[in-house]
Design a protein around this ligand. Structure first.
Ligand SMILES: [Ca+2]
Ligand SMILES: [Ca+2]
Length: 201
């Protein structure tokens, strides 16, 4: 454990108790994600989390994956993260990859959650396929081939990109594998959150 990590964990323990430490395991860099050679001909997906983005109280898990939309998740003690929703589809039944690219991403600590459509910010524990915090470079996120996430052609999936803690903003770039197609950004108005968000602003 690097000293800086030790210090950070210590500070988190001091600030908020052991729940945070249980969630944020020491960052383990995924070597496969680091050395990945992008062969995808699909264009990367660009986006931005800003103070104008919607917020939600995110979930996490320790790697449970369920392509039938019922992955077990836990409520994070960290609340109020900015998020974006991206619609994705696949065109084969091979494992997918979704990698938050270090080049072009300046959000300090991303998380990715893949949902079966729809994702509802009011019920973020529903419809989960997979969650990842730090499988990419440093604290960036990635679903890699070794996760063996095989999706159904013809179904719509919503990828939620968010952050480990609240108030983290910045640009992001997500590189999808060649079998993953971007079916567009999903606006808040497409979720139930859109109907109630006005009450909070
Ligand atoms: Ca929470
Ligand atoms: Ca992360």
């Amino acid at each position: 454990m690097r000293f800086t990590t030790f210090l950070l964990v210590g500070l988190l323990l001091f600030a908020t108790g052991t729940a945070v430490a249980r969630e944020k395991t020491p960052d383990v860099i995924n070597a496969a994600a680091n050395t990945i050679v992008v062969t995808s001909t699909n264009p990367p997906i660009f986006g931005l989390l800003s103070s104008q983005s919607g917020t939600y109280d995110r979930i996490y898990n320790q790697g449970a994956i369920d392509t039938q939309c019922g992955a077990e998740v836990l409520d994070s003690v960290n609340d109020g993260m900015y998020y974006d929703i991206l619609c994705l589809q696949v065109d084969d039944n091979q494992p997918i990859e979704l990698i938050v690219a270090a080049e072009g991403t300046d959000i300090i600590d991303t998380v990715l959650t893949l949902y079966c459509s729809p994702f509802d910010p009011l019920f973020p524990d529903q419809n989960v396929v997979a969650f990842d915090d730090d499988s990419g470079l440093n604290t960036l996120s990635a679903f890699t081939l070794s996760d063996n996430i095989v999706l159904s052609p013809g179904s719509e999936y919503w990828l939620v990109i968010s952050t480990f803690g609240a108030n983290m903003t910045g640009n992001y770039v997500i590189q999808p594998s060649g079998n993953v197609y971007d079916c567009g950004a999903v606006g808040d108005e497409d979720t139930s959150w859109g109907a109630v968000k006005g009450l909070y602003r």
